[in-house]
Ligand binder design. Structure first.
Ligand code: PLP
Length: 448
């Protein structure tokens, strides 16, 4: 569109007055915001989204425009409420706007929101310390960033720097983020193929199959394809809450030691209580060499991600600490958010809540599966990372849409609703879990 400074000025004023509360939110203004949001998505973001988002396709006159939230309830511009069973795909492990996280971020915001880039920053240093205390094995040093994919990028770079090797082995169906490095180890053709070539020398083994991983290591060692590390999700999230056999992680640890390659755990989704322990690898008492974090680390208020490793491995970054940097990563409000979130996780024992509520919820969902044969194929998961696999994507989509119409938000989009994810806040009240199952039953009944 042609440049128009006057229009830009008017448009920015319009929204800034709404953000700051100077504009009163009358019904007319609310409807205007809703309508304009759809137009803006169409003209300035990506009109493709409007075809995939249930909030636009089945909303009726006014698209559901997210406006506020608290705990496990999301409210749209026009006051319609949703039970949040999606949890921002793992972002909202403490729910929306946990008061303690908001308070900490507020306090830091009024002191110093970002860094000078020169003075030493106490919050980042302390976050490294706290995570060093929490992580398994000898993991001790950390680098902080904003998105999960940056955590993975850093983990891959560190593995290459330390080993002097370039190859990786990943798993089929894996999700590690969408920047170029992370995409190179992604196990899904749809996102990867159009962008090839990416990082070379990446191999794949089926997820959960330790024998297959060992064969890849053996092949690489035999033919001289040097492998820096293997990267694996403790539980595959995006692929639909796939839990590996209990001996998988211990065997990965053992074979990595034997072949001299690094074990990288992508804990972006599983970390910080999601699967019933502080970290996913804790379910099997395995200490990886490198861990990547994201999503819930920031407590759902300010994004925070990172990667961590042992003193021995980190040494390779010490001669030139500028080998890996980012201007805004680990900024003070992000670290304040993460530190407050970790405090809440430990005080409220959210990993335990996740384990208990996960057992409760999968039990309820399995009862549904048995009551309506031919609808749900499998209920699986660990903690509150739950996947419900429907017999086919069509049924899944209609159930998800039926739940959405009744005010329950879950994963599963138009093109991929065969497996939907239930990933609520770990602090979610039991009543809302019950309500979700009730509403799901109604949505299933509609399909019979
Ligand atoms: C979400 C996710 C990522 C990417 O995180 P972003 O913040 O979306 O970049 C990486 N790995 C796993 C396992 C994830 O679930």
């Amino acid at each position: 569109m042609p440049r128009n400074i006057e229009n830009a000025k008017a448009e920015v004023q319009w929204i800034n007055n709404i953000i700051s509360g100077k504009t009163e939110l009358t019904q007319q203004v609310k409807e205007e915001i809703s309508t304009k949001t759809v137009e803006n998505f169409r003209d300035h973001i990506n009109k493709g989204f409007l075809e995939y988002r249930k909030s636009a396709t089945i909303a009726g006159d006014f698209a559901m425009t997210e406006w506020s939230g608290q705990g496990s309830i999301i409210t749209d511009m026009l006051g319609r409420e949703f039970i949040d069973m999606l949890g921002g795909y793992g972002l909202y492990s403490l729910g929306i706007r946990h008061p303690k996280v908001v308070e900490a971020v507020n306090a830091q915001l009024h002191r110093s929101p970002q860094y000078s880039q020169e003075l030493l920053d106490p919050l980042r240093a302390q976050l490294g310390r706290v995570l060093g205390e929490l992580t398994p094995g000898d993991i001790q040093y950390g680098f902080f960033a904003n998105s999960g994919t940056e955590g993975v990028e850093g983990a891959l770079k560190l593995a290459k720097l330390y080993t002097g090797k370039s190859g990786f082995i990943s798993t089929i169906g894996s999700f590690h983020g969408k920047t170029a490095g992370s995409l190179s180890v992604m196990g899904k053709s749809v996102y990867r193929k159009p962008l090839l070539p990416l990082l070379g020398n990446v191999k794949y083994a089926p997820y959960g199959d330790a024998d297959a991983m060992e064969i890849e290591l053996m092949k690489a060692a035999t033919v001289g394809d040097d492998i820096a590390g293997i990267i694996v999700e403790p539980v595959q999230g995006e692929a639909g809450a796939i839990v590996p056999p209990d001996d998988y992680w211990p065997r990965l640890r053992e074979m990595c030691d034997r072949y001299g390659v690094l074990l990288i755990a992508d804990e972006v989704q599983t970390g910080f209580g999601r699967v019933g322990e502080i970290f996913g690898v804790d379910c099997w008492d395995v200490a990886p060499d490198i861990m990547a974090f994201g999503k819930a680390l920031g407590g759902g208020v300010v994004p925070c991600s990172g990667f961590m490793s042992t003193a021995k491995i980190w040494e390779c970054m010490e001669p030139n600490p500028f080998m890996h940097t980012t201007t805004t990563g680990g900024n003070p409000i992000a670290c304040a958010s993460a530190l407050a979130a970790i405090g809440v996780m430990l005080e409220e024992d959210t990993p335990k809540q996740s384990a208990e509520k996960g057992i409760y919820m999968t039990g309820k969902l399995n009862e549904l599966k048995d009551r309506y044969p031919g609808m749900i194929k499998e209920v699986r998961g660990k903690g509150l990372l739950i996947g419900i696999e429907f017999v086919d994507g069509e049924v899944g989509y209609h159930v998800v849409a039926g739940m959405f119409k009744r005010g329950v938000l879950t994963g599963g989009t138009l093109n991929n609703a065969q497996t939907i994810r239930i990933e609520p806040a770990l602090t979610v009240p039991y009543e809302l879990l019950d309500k979700t199952v009730e509403i799901m039953e109604e949505a299933i009944k509609d399909q019979i």
